[in-house]
Design a protein around this ligand. Structure first.
Ligand code: FDA
Length: 390
């Protein structure tokens, strides 16, 4: 009949991976819905006509993984460029390399420390609060890397991320602050990294280029005026993979899980290259945004196709999310974790529905982790629901 074997709510990387597996491995007819007007979830990108930049609509996305299964899987749908992620920071009128490394340290202290000398200096500076139990994020930061580097590169950036003075933030927000005693400023340590050669959206379109997979966009799972709604599908007993917010699924019955969001402000410049790099952090309090993304610079291999006289930059402003904002980073206080655990119990009792992805499990996941968990969720939870498919 017309009823699909599986309905996937959310066309992000979790939903697309499960849909792809269900069609290929079980021969299932899968229908995907998404409330947005495009597939790809937060990894979606589009081409900016004027500059030739590929704009990552929900913030900068860099693919990296050390997981062989995930790397082999994604390479079925796209090749990757040789892009290697590096980040720079503007502090007090100078540009420094990040993460904090020997180059950052020697520039900051106008020195030529060897790795051993730099290590000794940082240990000595971190000793300021040695043996004390950090009362807040500020004290924790000083304990980890010493006051000078903490105050220059971490304090105000973190304050902007949380819109809160770090002296008022819990120490538990940071576990460690990486400092490298070499000049290596390669951001990721994974075996493989790169950007999808033809863009994120082309990659994700290829994942579902299967006649058994259909998609409806602009469709809200909770809108009962459309056929693929929660109530109707539950009544019909259709297996569901749900990748929307878990608290929303249960109508916020136990309360709201808390998230941070990011607002983007677009700025265009009459020049070919504004920063000379794709990501510039602003470490000081006088610049109100945390960082700026210059999208053209993610794809230097496309220079010939980019506008040499114009560039587009997105400045990022971080803040707490309300129900109508895009939820980006789970806040994950102890209270949030306890609340999520209670929602997870409700989810486990919801037979025939698999909760997945970053919203469905209240977890920050990188793309490779979402794909990994989706492949596992297909094997362990979705495949058994498709046993009847011929
Ligand atoms: P995702 O959010 O992508 O998809 C869920 C989908 O469900 C959405 O499309 C949503 O519209 C839909 N939906 C929700 N409710 C619905 C409803 N009621 N009805 C219908 N549809 C509904 N990762 C990485 O590897 N490298 C990086 O550099 C970055 N950078 C980065 C920056 C920022 C700002 C963020 C927020 C995230 C990253 N990520 C990242 C993480 C990456 O975005 C993430 O791992 C995946 O996009 C998550 O895919 P999901 O499918 O889980 O969720």
């Amino acid at each position: 009949g017309d009823t699909p074997d599986l309905v996937v709510v959310g066309a992000g990387l979790f939903g697309l991976t499960v849909a792809q597996q269900a069609a290929e491995r079980a021969g299932a007819r899968v229908h995907i819905i998404d409330v947005r007007d495009h597939i790809g979830g937060n990894a979606y990108s589009y081409m900016d006509e004027e500059t030739g930049a590929e704009i990552h609509k929900y913030g900068a996305h860099l693919f990296h993984t050390s997981n062989r299964r995930v790397w082999d899987y994604v390479n079925r749908f796209t090749s990757f460029t040789g892009y290697v992620h590096r980040v720079y920071a503007t502090h007090d009128g100078e540009v420094y390399p990040l993460p904090i490394n020997l180059g950052t340290i020697n520039q900051f202290f106008h020195a030529h420390y060897t790795p051993a000398e730099a290590r000794q200096l940082i240990e000595q500076q971190a000793g300021e609060l040695a043996g004390t139990d950090p009362a807040n994020l500020n004290d924790k930061g000083i304990q980890l890397i010493g006051r000078p580097l903490y105050e220059a590169f971490i304090k105000n950036y973190t304050g902007k991320q949380w819109q809160t003075d770090p002296a008022e933030l819990p120490a538990s927000i940071i576990k460690r602050l990486p400092v490298r005693f070499t000049y290596d400023n390669r951001y990721f340590k994974d075996t493989w990294e790169g950007l999808p050669a033809d863009g994120y959206t082309a990659w994700m379109e290829r994942m579902i280029a299967d006649p058994r997979i259909t998609v409806s966009l602009g469709v809200d799972f909770f809108d009962e005026s459309q056929p693929y709604n929660k109530k109707a599908l539950r009544a019909a007993g259709v297996p569901i993979v749900y990748t929307g917010p878990i608290d929303r699924y249960f109508d916020y019955a136990l309360g709201d899980l808390k998230w941070r969001t990011v607002d983007f402000k677009e700025v265009r410049y009459d020049e070919g290259d504004h920063f000379g790099c794709p990501v510039m952090n602003f470490s000081d309090a006088d610049v109100p945004y945390t960082r700026a993304i210059e999208f053209k610079n993610f794809n230097p291999e496309r220079r010939e196709r980019q506008n040499p006289n114009r560039t587009v930059v997105w400045e990022e402003y971080s803040r707490f999310a309300g129900r109508d904002d895009e939820p980006y980073y789970p806040i994950n206080t102890d209270a949030d974790k306890a609340l999520y655990a209670r929602y997870a119990e409700l989810a486990a009792a919801e037979h025939g529905v698999v909760f997945g992805g970053r919203l469905g499990t209240y977890q920050y996941y990188d793309m490779h982790q979402v794909i990994d968990t989706a492949l596992k969720a297909y094997d362990d939870q979705v495949m058994p629901l498709l046993a009847h498919v011929a």
